[in-house]
Design a protein around this ligand. Sequence first.
Ligand code: ADP
Ligand code: MG
Length: 211
Amino acid sequence: MITIALSKGRIFDETLPLLKAAGITIRENPETSRKLILNTNKRDVRVIIVRASDVPTYVQYGAADLGVAGKDVLDEQGGQGLYQPVDLKIAACRMMVAVQNGYDYQRAVKQGARLKVATKYVQTAREHFTAKGVHVDLIKLYGSMELAPLVGLADAIVDLVSSGGTLKANNLKAVEEIAPVSARLIVNQAALKLKRGAIQPLLDAIARAVA
Ligand code: ADP
Ligand code: MG
């Protein structure tokens, strides 16, 4: 049995065509079904639905053989012990610093001010500001980061931006790019050795579909 860990939403939707190119179709829709284990057209391949930030954990422990995880999540958690053979080039966006319109970020940074930064990505933000020599107080949030500068919780946020529509709708602007982000195929290293016959053709087909 090959188990593939996916998260609902963008990553699931954009992974479907890649799996299809590898001959795998999923029978249920996770948006309407409450099932967390989904069958596929192949008897020996199943998909499990987990939170995006939990995908590396399932693959690291071997509860899933493969998974699809955003580079944002892999950078934040370190991605230890995971083989990352393919940039799937899906769920593309950028990790950015954003502030409220009218806030002079460049000046605050130059003057050596101590910035309050709210984010779900505490490690990523810490590394970024440490490398710049900027002092920050990090405030961990789990969602709706855009709200933090508007109500005085933080001076800046670190979050994923794609179109910029959410920032704009909340009177925020992106002021700095930290890293480009896309989703990666991740593989449990022991599973690759033990089940190479089943896994390698899948990796090859997915890599061909991306290219
Ligand atoms: P959750 O709600 O479980 O915290 P999301 O559904 O917001 O996670 O995001 C899941 C993954 O989708 C992220 O880890 C990231 O890789 C990708 N992603 C998130 N936001 C965007 C975006 N605006 N554009 C493209 N990809 C995104
Ligand atoms: Mg979300």
